[in-house]
Design a protein around this ligand. Structure first.
Ligand SMILES: Cc1cc2nc3c(=O)[nH]c(=O)nc-3n(C[C@H](O)[C@H](O)[C@H](O)COP(=O)(O)OP(=O)(O)OC[C@H]3O[C@@H](n4cnc5c(N)ncnc54)[C@H](O)[C@@H]3O)c2cc1C
Length: 246
């Protein structure tokens, strides 16, 4: 199917890159404009729930996900004394048809970035393009991009539609809802409270949280996703199957 549409996607994070792959699957042309000058694998360990894995599998990324992520078998919460508060099976172990994956956010982003470049073409992801403004008219949309570092104009681009995938401080959302303000400080404080998060190679500390603390800064092992929070004192471990992480 060829729609003839050309879509501008603002933001090359997980949302923008996945949207580009989904549009491509339906024959819709898309370009991704990313603010940073160079894509790099930044972030923490995150979990992709089975519904997300299902979508990415339907985009033909199931094998790559399985190579990069670790299938999550169990989620467990411990208190500061290492005592188990709650645990439950996850992903395939809890009866879903698709696994849950613990994965490094940056590696997921790189996986998506490479898939977009392979399928849509290397010239369809443009880094160093920070959205400054856009105008909608009867025939489409005009977007103006600048260099975020210098403020110098980078490009003026026409498209049939523009999708804002530019994150929590979205310039696209601000254009539509100028009085909304920044995301609530309460939510931002909640995020800062999460002090450590990553993937571990060994399931240390399931019964002793201080062992987890001692080992967590380097996130050396690759068998579990771990999140520790200073307030309230709590550790969350999502353990994987025994298959070693790449
Ligand atoms: C600590 C932490 C843990 C998390 N854990 C999980 C988890 O386990 N599971 C889960 O599903 N989610 C998790 N999330 C949430 C998840 O990371 C986000 O929902 C997801 O990354 C959002 O993706 P996005 O593409 O919408 O935005 P982003 O990843 O923020 O990407 C936005 C992109 O847009 C670019 N950009 C910004 N402004 C402009 C502009 N003006 N012009 C051009 N480009 C621009 C940015 O540089 C960026 O690359 C977690 C988040 C945090 C902070």
């Amino acid at each position: 199917m060829k729609s003839g549409l050309d879509v501008i996607i603002v933001g090359g994070g997980i949302g923008g890159l996945t949207t580009a792959l989904a549009l491509h699957r339906f024959g819709i042309s898309a370009r991704v404009f990313e603010s940073v000058d160079q894509m790099s694998p930044l972030g923490v360990g995150i979990n992709i729930q089975p519904n997300g894995v299902r979508e990415l599998t339907e985009l033909g990324l199931g094998d790559r996900l399985a190579e990069t992520g670790i299938p999550t078998a169990e989620l467990a919460y411990f208190n500061k004394h290492g005592q188990l508060i709650w645990k439950e099976p996850r992903g395939l172990a809890s009866g879903y048809r698709w696994p849950q994956y613990s994965i490094h956010r940056g590696e997921l982003q790189v996986l998506l970035y490479e898939a977009v470049r392979e399928r849509l073409g290397a010239d369809r992801v443009l880094s160093g393009h920070h959205l400054k403004s856009f105008e909608v008219d009867a025939d489409g949309v005009t977007a103006r991009f600048v260099s975020r570092a210098t403020g110098a104009p980078a490009a003026t681009v026409r498209g049939d539609a523009l999708i804002g995938a530019d994150g929590i401080h979205s310039a696209v959302r601000r254009a539509f809802y100028p009085d909304e303000g920044e995301p609530s400080r309460r939510r931002a404080r909640g995020t800062r409270r999460v002090s450590r998060r990553g993937l571990c190679t060994e399931l240390v500390g399931q019964s002793n949280v201080s062992t987890v603390r001692a080992t967590s800064p380097a996130f050396i092992a690759r068998k579990a996703s771990l999140m520790s929070s200073s307030r309230p004192r709590r550790v969350t471990i999502s353990s994987s199957s025994s298959r070693p992480w790449r």
